[in-house]
Design a protein around this ligand. Structure first.
Ligand code: HEM
Length: 68
């Protein structure tokens, strides 16, 4: 999804990068993707910086052709 645009329920938008993914995991209620409900729990305090980096690196490997 990197490079894609996301529009949020408040009308703002962003292009997906590492920072957006990171804040989506740590503060999921801050930017709610339009059409979805804000039901995602925060992972603040549950993932170390290192784990977060690893998770983001893993997510980056996923794409439409992924065999995972
Ligand atoms: C390790 C676990 C999780 C990760 C890494 C994660 C990651 C993300 C990311 C990166 C987005 C933004 C996606 C986009 O812009 O297309 C997102 C959105 C969302 N997530 Fe999660 N998520 C997790 C767990 C969950 C759980 C447990 C729930 C619900 C029970 C949930 C519900 C949602 C929903 C409804 C959205 C779209 C609305 C919004 O922007 O908040 N997520 N998540």
């Amino acid at each position: 999804m990197w490079g894609q645009e996301r529009v949020f329920d408040d009308g703002t938008s962003t292009v997906i990068d590492d920072n957006y993914i990171r804040s989506s995991i740590l503060e999921p209620m801050t930017q709610i993707v339009a059409g979805y409900q804000g039901v995602m729990p925060t992972y603040q305090g549950l993932l170390s910086d290192r784990e977060l980096d690893a998770l983001i690196a893993f997510l980056k490997t996923l794409n439409e052709d992924s065999q995972i």
